[in-house]
Design a protein around this ligand. Sequence first.
Ligand code: HEC
Ligand code: HEC
Length: 233
Amino acid sequence: MKRATTAIAWMLTPLVIIMTPAATEARGGDVAAGKAVYERLCTYCHGPKGEGDGPAGSLSGVPTGDLSNKAYMSQLSDQEIHDRIAWGEERFPYLQMPGWRANLSDEEIWNVVAYIRTLEVDKGPLTTPSPKEREKRFRSDPLERGRIYYLRYCSGCHGKTGNGDGEGARNLPHPPARLSDPKVAARLSVESVKHYLIEQERRGEREMPVFEDTFRDKIGDIVLYIKTLANTK
Ligand code: HEC
Ligand code: HEC
């Protein structure tokens, strides 16, 4: 009996989601409570006004974006902002931010959405790609994926342009390879980089992190992007 009710509840769930307007319309979160969450967890990257100028704004190598730009943010529904905060890169890999589901309750996420809405300022028409365009480009363009992954996972040491001057490399005993040097770039292949990043055993003198096996799928795109860094020299 119990099992049957559960099965019915399951079958009804999609209908309920489609029929409940709250799932897509604005949800009234508590702005003051959202502000407290924002100041505790978000300001240090997104900045006090959401402009992306927090002290750790470029920590991940990818610029944090501007949550206060009305023309951009108005293209996202409250639900879409909620989902981006909750799931982050797990569901929206074009945005390199880990999701906050593990740290925040659903109510807290709705509160922070309500607060983010108060940060929006009219800065004129949109001059950068819209959220939909960014998502589409990420899915269809391997070079764009490679660029984002490179900035996120490699630029901290190898530098934004590949010249080895990343912040994270300052105190390393060996400097990182200059991936933008045409001679280095010429000998890199998807296979050699895979081997170097994942398969090679950690040697005592190695400063390069060993990446998890799940990183394998990203390497083709990253190598494609690294090769373009050398071409500009
Ligand atoms: C370690 C830095 C960091 C922290 C802390 C952080 N974010 Fe982010 N956030 C990012 C980055 C990087 C992106 C991706 C920006 C981009 O690609 O435009 C992002 C994207 C977002 C987006 C999506 C914007 C868009 O263009 O769709 C939202 C919304 C957001 N963050 C909200 C939050 C909230 C709320 C918190 C606090 C609970 C938070 N972030 C904490 C770095 C951070
Ligand atoms: C923590 C800093 C750090 C990060 C992050 C990092 N690297 Fe490195 N990398 C180094 C250092 C230092 C070297 C020089 C050799 C060594 O110490 O292992 C190096 C060497 C390399 C080499 C060898 C080049 C050659 O001469 O053959 C490749 C390829 C490489 N890195 C690719 C990457 C890629 C791709 C990423 C991102 C997915 C990445 N690295 C992230 C520090 C880093």
